[in-house]
Design a protein around this ligand. Structure first.
Ligand code: SAH
Length: 292
């Protein structure tokens, strides 16, 4: 296979038989991943290409929105100017109404629609109203953002598991989480929507026995051109947020894995560069093979 074949998406797309057919009157509930369009699945891309109506959130990146068909009618249902989200029941109804107009409807959400994405609620409402719905996973922020930041979520002998959990305050105004199990040091914990409750998260983890000097990281706009990664410890993470004025969307990662790979190796998001002195010299290696 030539390099040209490898880098031409049409070749890949053309050689795979598509199962992603979006008919009139149907909805495709699609995860767009954490932002880098190269992290879209082929299935997601195929649904995107068929959209006549697109209903999308705040977390869908501009680079992915640029892939929408020119004639797609687009509805933004993320934060409005007044900083109020379009209520979930209005979004549900919009999906049903557009499908019933006979449109091919793309519901595009950040990350994975079924991970802190309310995709389940939307699918339920569509089915209750007689609208069929394709479901397409996306790379969730915990996976995409940590990988692009050079943080392995699990690592043999360091973290045997990982937990994805929301740091969003519950309806009763509390943050009632299973702190006992989150404080278990053999796992990595990833908090979604936790930036505003970070002081409370840090306090509870330490109160329940997780060491204050446990490595921790903040990843803002992971996988996107503006990606920012801050490494620290549970104890100083809140100070980092203040110092760098970090706002959502930001992911909080807690655990020894944060320092598993050195920060210096991360040349660009998603690329670990070997040290100059250690770099394998292809030309020399080949020459020595020929000589021997
Ligand atoms: N369904 C999404 C999550 C939606 S909840 C998914 O599977 O990824 C929104 C939270 O996700 C944000 O507050 C933030 O904590 C996290 N998030 C989503 N995309 C992100 C990104 N590109 N960088 C950092 N955090 C992100």
């Amino acid at each position: 296979m030539t390099i040209e074949q490898l880098t031409t998406p049409m070749t890949v797309k053309g050689s795979l038989k598509s199962k992603a057919i979006l008919n009139s009157g149907e909805v495709a509930l699609v995860g767009s991943g954490p932002g880098d369009p190269e992290l879209l699945t082929l299935r997601a891309l195929r649904f995107i290409e068929q959209a006549e109506v697109t209903i999308y959130d705040r977390l869908v990146s501009d680079e992915i929105l640029a892939l929408l068909p020119e004639n797609s009618e687009n509805f933004y249902v993320g934060k409005e100017q007044a900083k109020h989200c379009v209520p979930q029941d209005k979004i549900n109804q919009l999906l049903v109404d557009q499908a019933k107009l006979g449109k091919r409807v793309l519901r595009l959400k950040g990350g994975d629609p079924f991970i802190f994405g309310r995709g389940g609620e939307e699918a339920e409402y569509l089915l209750e109203n007689g609208v069929s719905c394709h479901i397409c996973p996306g790379i969730t922020a915990a996976s995409g953002c940590t990988t692009y930041a050079g943080i392995p979520l699990t690592h043999r002998g360091v973290a045997q598991g990982c937990t994805f959990i929301t740091g969003h305050i519950q309806n009763n105004g509390q943050l009632n989480l299973p702190w006992e199990s989150l404080a278990n040091k053999s796992q990595t914990v990833v908090f979604y929507m936790g930036i505003n409750t970070l002081p409370k998260i840090a306090e509870e983890l330490v109160n329940h026995g997780r060491a204050g000097d446990t490595p921790a990281a903040l990843i803002r706009r992971g996988t996107q051109p503006e990606q920012q990664v801050f490494r620290g410890t549970i104890s100083n993470l809140s100070a980092l947020v203040e110092e760098h004025k970090i706002t959502p969307p930001t992911l909080i990662v807690i655990g020894e894995v944060v320092n598993q790979l050195t920060e210096q190796s991360l040349a660009t998001p998603g690329f670990l560069k070997a040290e100059e002195s250690m770099q394998y010299k292809l030309a020399n290696a080949q020459a020595s093979v020929e000589i021997s």
